[in-house]
Each structure stands twice: as structure tokens, then as C-alpha cells.
Ligand binder design. Structure first.
Ligand code: ADP
Length: 182
């Protein structure tokens, strides 16, 4: 017999979350058009989308949490049912606190799948929180924040891959004349 998860979903309709609220978690250092594609598609499918920005304590980020939140707020201002929040610790705790029933993650390639699958199974085991995967728009399948930062560091053109205000911040932080660019 298959064991039920320790904290699985309820059996009946009572207790089901009527507001279909999902969360898109990530580091967003910085937000790219690939992230925005997933967020905007989720906003068309669900009542509310919370973009949850990870407060990285151990990981060095280019942008502070406040900057990452600000860039996301600007980039998602056209979507009335999207809001941006920050979190640290376990995403399932954030889900419980905010009455969120599912996590939405983007899948770019098979290489994303293995770790995402383990994480989703762990989150379900921990708290009965579901994870829904969306495959990337092929236009953005090669896009990741770390690559954007690397290209921008060496003066490469990343316009069209990130929102314009992110482009400006990247230029100010990494371009010629930036404080730490030598
Ligand atoms: P994390 O460090 O948690 O992977 P990211 O900020 O890199 O955080 O990504 C947040 C989410 O956005 C993840 O679900 C990731 O798979 C997804 N994502 C990132 N880049 C893309 C892209 N180009 N297309 C689709 N989804 C993406």
C-alpha cells in the first residue's frame, strides 16, 4: 500500500483554496525576459501570482534584494494580479503563510528537470504543496541570469533579453565606468 504524504492535500472540497494563488520563486538576479514569460503566462492561468524573491544569505548576488524586488515590480506593473514579495527559508513555509497551493517553475531544458523534480517531490512530501512546470518559450530557452551578467561584464549586448530598466542597471553596475570595473 502506498503511504500518504504526512501533510497531503485534503480529501474533500472543503479546505480547498478557492483563490487560485500560485508562487513563482527564484533569485531573479536580475529578472530576464525568460522569467517574465513564465510569470505573465502564469498570470493568465491563475487568479493571483506572487513572485517570491529569495533573500540569498549565503550566495553572493549582483543586485541586493531590494533592487531585485524593485526591478521585478517595474517589470510586472502591467499585470494587476501579480505581486512581488521576498522570502527566506523554505518556500513551503512561504506557501503556508500566504495560502498558496502551488509553485510554478520554468523548465528550459532536460538539465533543469532532475533537480526540479527532486525539489518538487520534497516540497510535496514536506507540506503537500504542488509544483507546476511550464516549458520555456523557445525564444528564451538559452537565457539565464548568470549568463546575462557574464555577457554584460564583457560589454556584450543583452538588449531584448532583459527589460530596458534592467539593461540600464546592468550598464551602470558592470559597464565601463562602473564603480568596481577597474
Ligand atoms: P533559481 O536560482 O531558483 O533557479 P532563477 O531566478 O534562476 O532562480 O529562476 C527562477 C525560475 O525561473 C525558475 O523556475 C527557472 O527555471 C525559471 N527560469 C529562469 N530562466 C528561464 C527562462 N529563460 N525560461 C523559462 N524559465 C526560466
Amino acid at each position: 500500500m502506498t503511504a500518504r504524504p504526512a501533510a497531503g492535500p485534503p480529501d474533500g472540497p472543503e479546505g480547498w483554496n478557492l483563490v487560485r494563488r500560485v508562487v513563482c520563486p527564484g533569485s531573479f538576479d536580475p529578472v530576464t525576459n525568460g522569467h517574465l514569460d513564465i510569470i505573465s503566462r502564469a498570470s493568465r492561468l491563475y487568479d493571483e501570482v506572487i513572485v517570491a524573491v529569495l533573500i540569498n544569505i549565503s550566495k553572493q548576488t549582483l543586485f541586493t534584494t531590494d533592487e531585485r524586488v524593485e526591478m521585478l515590480r517595474e517589470a510586472t506593473s502591467a499585470y494587476p494580479n501579480v505581486r512581488v514579495a521576498r522570502f527566506h527559508g523554505l518556500i513551503v513555509d512561504f506557501c503556508k503563510e500566504n495560502d498558496v497551493s502551488a509553485i510554478v517553475r520554468g523548465l528550459r531544458a532536460v538539465s533543469d528537470f532532475e533537480s526540479e523534480q527532486m525539489m518538487s517531490q520534497m516540497n510535496y512530501r514536506l507540506a503537500g504543496v504542488e509544483t507546476l512546470f511550464m516549458t520555456t518559450n523557445p525564444l528564451y530557452a538559452f537565457l539565464r541570469s548568470s549568463l546575462i551578467k557574464e555577457i554584460a561584464t564583457y560589454g556584450g549586448d543583452v538588449s531584448g533579453l532583459v527589460p530596458d530598466q534592467v539593461l540600464e542597471r546592468l550598464r551602470a553596475r558592470l559597464g565601463p565606468g562602473a564603480p568596481s570595473s577597474g
